[in-house]
Write a protein that binds this ligand. Structure first.
Ligand code: ZN
Ligand code: ZN
Ligand code: ZN
Ligand code: ZN
Ligand code: ZN
Ligand code: ZN
Length: 403
């Protein structure tokens, strides 16, 4: 029992409005069971404001309410003499108002309520609070939720940084296929890799190499660049083998492979665009007006990353297959769409992040002939199977009804 000052004392009782999981600061009141004043208590109601998870106790209002004793401690069931606290219609000795988890008294500290129990701040954080995806510590106050992931404000500033300049991104940003984020203002200004789309930087891509024909290849892609004939021949053979296992048999003794640069390729295709990475030339050898044999020359850009080279090799080999098996001058969408579909099938036999990127580009290609053609062929093959697709190519110049 604390020292009594006057017979008619005012007691402070807190009426607490508990928001579901708000921290609550609570003061104690004093119950004096001896005098007549016990029946005449005045409660100064404090309002607890909850904003998100941060809770503050505001100034007392003038609202009055009546409370009467004696009170029984809900924990020890003894009559309370002296200080008590009241919460949710129950009364406690201050030393008996305990954290549900660790059992420490929490009358004089902030505490939290959850599912009808009260917890000290530490236990509450440990048990219920969201954890920061970067540092793993519980998050107690205002924080950032980014793409469904929670971070401390300060941790988010370390995570949400531009992969190019290393600064925090505090505005619009762009994201590449690989999950790198960049300030939006780098778009169209900073150079990017022709083969993976990453912006070039020492840190992110290990710099870049610029070929004589103007192509820019980042350090990551350059690591697997196919620049020498023997390596290129090997990949072409492996690609031909993978097509064969898919049922796309290219029965022809010799296919000549040429590694070229962009200028040479433009000369051969008569297209000075950046779209072409390869080309196949078909020659029918005739003697005295009678066809005797066929010759194939495949031209592919030198120095492309390994899987990029594989994709182009599969495309060109599918042209060879069509030269041998399909009627001349078939529909361009059917022809190029089928070549891209062959690339897709071969790429699917590998697994690597670069493969996902290339497949993503094939599937989302907006080109009317290559992109649309691919999607139409894929739909046909999904519906009817690879054998039917090849049968279609053998027998028809056009897509059938419905594709
Ligand atoms: Zn008690
Ligand atoms: Zn506790
Ligand atoms: Zn953190
Ligand atoms: Zn930046
Ligand atoms: Zn690259
Ligand atoms: Zn083609």
């Amino acid at each position: 029992m604390i020292s009594s000052i006057s017979a008619y004392r005012k007691f402070l009782i807190l009426v607490i409005m508990v928001a579901l999981a708000g921290a609550i600061s609570l003061s104690t009141g004093t119950a004096d069971q001896a005098g007549p004043s016990a029946r005449d208590r005045v409660a100064d109601k404090l309002s607890v404001s909850v904003a998100g998870d941060s809770v503050s106790v505001a100034d007392s209002s003038n609202e009055k309410s009546q409370a009467t004793g004696p009170f029984i401690c809900d924990y020890c069931k003894d009559t309370i003499r002296g200080q008590y606290i009241e919460i949710d219609g129950k009364y406690y000795h201050p030393i008996h108002f305990l954290c549900h988890e660790c059992g420490k008294p929490i009358a004089h500290t902030s505490f939290y309520k959850k599912d009808g129990h009260y917890f000290c701040a530490d236990c509450y954080a440990k048990l219920f609070k969201e954890r920061c995806a970067l540092c793993g510590e519980p998050i107690m106050d205002n924080h950032v939720i980014f793409e469904g992931t929670h971070y401390h404000d300060s941790c988010f500033r370390k995570v949400h940084v531009c992969a190019l300049c290393g600064e925090f991104i505090d505005g619009p940003y762009i994201e590449d296929f690989w999950g790198n984020k960049y300030h939006a203002y780098h778009r169209d200004k900073a150079p990017s890799c022709d083969y993976c789309g990453r912006f070039i930087s020492d840190e992110l891509t290990g710099g870049a190499v610029e070929y004589d024909d103007g192509r820019l290849i980042c350090g990551l892609c350059y690591a697997s660049a196919v620049s020498e004939r023997p390596a290129a021949e090997k990949i072409l053979l492996e690609t031909r083998d993978r097509l064969d296992r898919l049922g796309i048999h290219i029965v022809h003794p010799e296919i000549r492979l040429h590694l070229v640069d962009r200028h040479k390729l433009a000369e051969i295709t008569r297209h000075a665009d950046n779209r072409h990475m390869g080309h196949t030339r078909f020659t029918r050898v005739e003697e005295t007006g009678r066809p005797t044999s066929m010759e194939f020359d495949i031209y592919i850009l030198h120095g492309m990353p390994r899987y990029y080279f594989t994709m182009i090799a599969a495309h060109e080999l599918m042209h060879v297959w069509q030269f041998i098996n399909a009627p001349d001058s078939n529909d361009a969408s059917l022809c190029e769409g089928s070549c891209n579909y062959a690339s897709y099938l071969v790429l699917k036999t590998y697994s690597a992040p670069e493969i996902d990127y290339l497949i993503h580009n094939l599937v989302n290609d907006q080109d009317e002939i290559y992109g649309e053609g691919f999607r139409r062929v894929k739909k046909f093959a999904d519906d009817r199977g690879l054998t039917e697709w090849l049968a279609l190519l053998r027998s028809s110049r056009h897509f059938p009804e419905g594709y």
